[in-house]
Design a protein around this ligand. Structure first.
Ligand code: ZN
Length: 125
């Protein structure tokens, strides 16, 4: 599931509130990339500022297109913001870093899945 810029802005507002990150100045944008990463986040903790980048669907191969989920990736990158102090490591082969990334990934999958179930169960207004 991919988002247009307007949907991304709405999703950022929603998830920033849900994850109690409203005191952060966070921007999110969809940008071309190599297709190796669904997204990334750059943080400036001293300024409580962060920039999230999500991969442009045009840079995703057809085989991978069904796996792209902008909302899940947005949540993943947002979850990095309050947890960066837990494990901030440049060595991406470090088993602890891999475990940290897996935890962030699993949590983002659970949160987006729950949000969608709740949306489906909500009676139409
Ligand atoms: Zn990550």
């Amino acid at each position: 599931m991919t988002l247009c810029p307007e949907q991304l802005a709405q999703a950022l507002t929603t998830w920033q509130q849900r994850l109690r990150l409203v005191d952060w100045d966070i921007t999110a944008e969809i940008k071309p990339g190599t297709g190796e990463e669904w997204g990334s986040v750059v943080t400036f903790p001293e300024k409580k500022r962060a920039t999230i980048t999500l991969l442009d669907p045009q840079n995703v191969t057809p085989a991978e297109a069904n796996n792209q989920d902008h909302e899940r990736t947005l949540i993943h990158e947002l979850l990095h913001i309050p947890t960066l102090q837990f494990y901030n490591c440049e060595d991406h082969d470090d088993p602890k870093f891999i475990m940290y990334e897996q935890f962030i990934h699993q949590t983002s999958c659970a949160l987006v899945g729950l949000a969608r179930v709740i949306n489906e169960e909500r009676p139409p207004s």
